[in-house]
Design a protein around this ligand. Structure first.
Ligand SMILES: [Cu+2]
Length: 133
């Protein structure tokens, strides 16, 4: 009986194609450029459960912010770059990006859906969308 289970698990391991195994190194990179108070592109598509690096580069000579709820609620969130992240009781509230600055979100999208985000600087009508599928 013990031998049978051993043999079965061996067969099971062989039956899984190698490309179906999760790879630790598979990271997806995305970039959003901010120019003249516009997030470019207006919509990006991330993948649920996939390690992701999402960069925002501010090409303007003024401050911008990224205010996003829910999409960055992930246990492994790490905010890098030269921005100023602000956290509240429910997690990340927003990140301020200095002129010519760069921020980088490293995380694994934990929930699917369509999430809008914005810049909340006074007078900035800046909105865009992140979808996770
Ligand atoms: Cu702005």
């Amino acid at each position: 009986m013990k031998g049978t289970i051993g043999l079965l698990s061996l067969v099971w391991m062989w039956a899984i194609p190698i490309n179906a195994l999760p790879t630790e190194t598979a990271v997806e990179y995305f970039s959003v450029e901010i120019r003249s108070r516009v997030f470019i592109p207006q919509q990006i598509h991330l993948h649920h459960g996939r390690k992701t690096v999402l960069r925002f580069r501010n090409h303007d000579t003024e401050l911008h912010t990224v205010v996003a709820k829910e999409v960055f609620l992930s246990d492994d969130l790490n905010v890098g770059g030269n921005g100023a992240p602000e956290f509240g009781p429910e997690g990340l509230k927003k990140v301020i990006i200095p002129p010519e600055g760069l921020i980088e979100f490293q995380f694994t999208p934990a929930r699917t859906g369509t999430f809008s985000y914005l810049c909340d600087m006074p007078g900035h009508e800046m909105k865009a969308v992140i979808t996770v599928e």
